[in-house]
Design a binder for this molecule. Structure first.
Ligand code: NAD
Length: 305
């Protein structure tokens, strides 16, 4: 047994974060994880996949062997770039990818997207309900249009896409060579399904709604071997929250909310999405998984209160 020298005793107060400067904290190293074909033969739809978290998830699902539909609403060139990136890395186990334009808050367009999914891939095994947006304002200035827009994309859009997926999962049932489950739905929610957010009441309400939407669907469809879960990101480096990380001053301010002292990257979310969609997570349903570097740990108390 190797003997270890006891560290010099340190007074409790000097171990607390308030006594440390950033250069006294460890350098950030992102985890290196090999891509495994855990989703070979599965068909996935990722909404809002032309940028940010959706883009990262789509690429990771494809690297794990799934065929992926990359939904977008605006920028077709970006969606095509995601198709290229998802399918051209030289890895032999990669799936196929196609891009499809649809507004997830529009019932007819969602039905059309599932029609295309059937034409391209035959069925669906994995839905990632990721599309979302913010339209921020103090509550007294928030317009009904701002309220309705955020609720209709972030919440109604998740309902419309989940409803179509459940219809197909139930129609087709379990194909045991593909997966133990008849289907998997992953809702991209937010830490704001539990953390109130002043100035963003429409967004926080939409994510609070996703919390109960996810759990209620999960409870209803579990007997059909359909799994429904949420991923709740903290602050992830994407276009939606660029003002929070784009300057050193903003980044330093953001770190006050993150005990782990680094911003999240889309890969942090994408890796979890692959695992959650795989049979390794077969007994997990109705759960919100927080990927937030500790943002939900009441960081205001990290220096002892
Ligand atoms: P993003 O702006 O890069 O991605 C959102 C995507 O949704 C965009 O591609 C956008 O075009 C798409 N979209 C918007 N309206 C749509 C519609 N009607 N139909 C189809 N697609 C539509 O930002 P992101 O950070 O990648 O956000 C992805 C999800 O992650 C959102 O649901 C967001 O609420 C959630 N989230 C992000 C963070 C973060 O820190 N970035 C934190 C918590 C939750």
């Amino acid at each position: 047994m190797t003997s270890m020298t006891a560290p010099p005793s340190t007074p409790m107060s000097s171990k607390l974060i308030r006594n440390l400067t950033p250069d006294q904290l460890p350098t950030v190293h992102m985890p290196a994880c090999e891509a495994r074909p855990a989703l070979k033969g599965q068909k996935a739809l990722v909404t809002g996949a032309s940028s940010g978290i959706g883009r990262g998830i789509a690429i990771a699902l494809c690297a794990a062997g799934a065929d992926v539909m990359i939904n977008f609403v605006g920028d077709e060139a970006s969606a095509r770039a995601v198709v290229d990136e998802a399918t051209h890395c030289g890895c032999t186990n990669r799936g196929r990818a196609v891009a499809h334009r649809a507004d997830v808050s529009d019932e007819t367009q969602v039905a059309g997207m599932y029609g295309r999914m059937r034409d391209e891939f035959g069925t669906i095994d994995i839905l990632v309900n990721n599309a979302g947006l913010q339209q921020d304002a103090p509550v007294e200035e928030m317009t009904l249009a701002q309220w309705n827009k955020v609720i209709s994309v972030n919440l109604t859009g998740q309902f419309l896409c989940a409803r179509e997926a459940v219809r197909e999962f139930k129609r087709r049932g379990v194909q045991k060579d593909v997966s133990c489950a008849a289907g998997k739905i992953i809702c991209v929610s937010s830490v704001h399904e539990v953390i109130p957010w002043a100035g963003h009441v429409n967004y926080a309400a939409s994510k609070g709604g996703v919390f109960q939407l996810m759990k209620s669907i999960a409870q209803e469809v579990a007997p059909w071997r359909i799994r429904v879960n949420s991923i709740c990101p903290g602050a992830i480096r994407t276009p939606i929250n660029m003002p929070a990380w784009a300057t050193p001053a903003a980044y330093a301010e953001l770190m006050k909310l993150i005990p782990y002292k680094r911003i999240g990257e889309v890969e942090d979310i994408a890796r979890l999405a692959v695992w959650l969609a795989s049979d390794e997570a077969d007994y997990i349903t109705g759960t919100s998984l927080f990927v937030d570097g500790g943002m939900t740990l009441y960081p205001g108390f990290e220096a002892g209160g």
